[in-house]
Design a protein around this ligand. Structure first.
Ligand SMILES: Nc1ncnc2c1ncn2[C@@H]1O[C@H](COP(=O)(O)OP(=O)(O)OP(=O)(O)O)[C@@H](O)[C@H]1O
Length: 185
């Protein structure tokens, strides 16, 4: 069974770009954990496929039982990722990739998932600013917020919390390095 792979790094560093290339090149190698939610299923959504749909009481009990790696509340509904849902991906013979932030990394480290951690770093904070600006998704406020969070992420990476650091300077090189890590075992 392959160990889950946790991809983290500052917002705008290029995680989605690199992961998209990976999933395009290897469409069947990876699986995603199914999140749990208290929101009602929408038309066509299948329990256990799109989400694990649970009641508020069940969700709160799962929190108490320590079932979640992380959970949050958005617009009145609970959402979360359970340790079991990540294990299920490995059991199904796929590699599970978790694209999460520093808090998520710390949370995964507290579980028995035995994950491998890769950090995608920008060449510099200035380049991160340029990419976030270039992406056109940020207001001046959200840009500063993301850059502050990026500094914290970079400091955390300096503590040696990850198994590998991939600097996303030249995209093709970064992609190759990430790919090497993903298929290392
Ligand atoms: N090696 C690279 N060189 C230059 N630009 C890049 C490179 N990699 C990604 N980008 C660009 O940087 C921007 C941010 O990339 P992306 O959205 O993949 O970041 P992200 O880490 O997934 O961010 P978030 O965590 O906010 O989703 C995008 O506009 C992308 O096209």
């Amino acid at each position: 069974m392959s160990r889950p792979i946790v991809v983290s790094g500052p917002s705008g560093t290029g995680k989605s770009t690199i992961l998209k290339k990976l999933f395009d090149e290897f469409p069947n190698a990876f699986g995603f954990s199914v999140s749990s939610t208290t929101r009602k299923p929408r038309e066509g959504e299948v329990n256990g496929v799109h989400y694990n749909f649970v009641t508020v009481e069940q969700f709160q009990q799962m929190i108490k039982d320590g079932k979640f790696i992380e959970w949050a509340q958005f617009s009145g509904n609970y959402y979360g990722t359970t340790v079991a849902s990540v294990k299920e991906v490995s059991r199904a013979g796929k590699r599970c990739i978790l694209d999460i932030d520093m808090q998520g990394v710390k949370a995964v480290k507290k579980t028995d998932l035995n994950a491998r951690f890769v950090f995608v770093a920008p060449p510099s904070v200035e380049s991160l600013r340029d990419r976030l600006t270039g992406r056109g998704t940020e207001t001046p406020e959200s840009l500063e917020k993301r850059l502050d969070a990026a500094t914290a992420e970079l400091e955390y990476a300096e503590t040696g919390a990850h198994d590998k650091i991939v600097v996303n300077d030249v995209l093709e090189d970064a992609y190759q390095n990430l790919k090497d890590f993903v298929f290392e075992e």
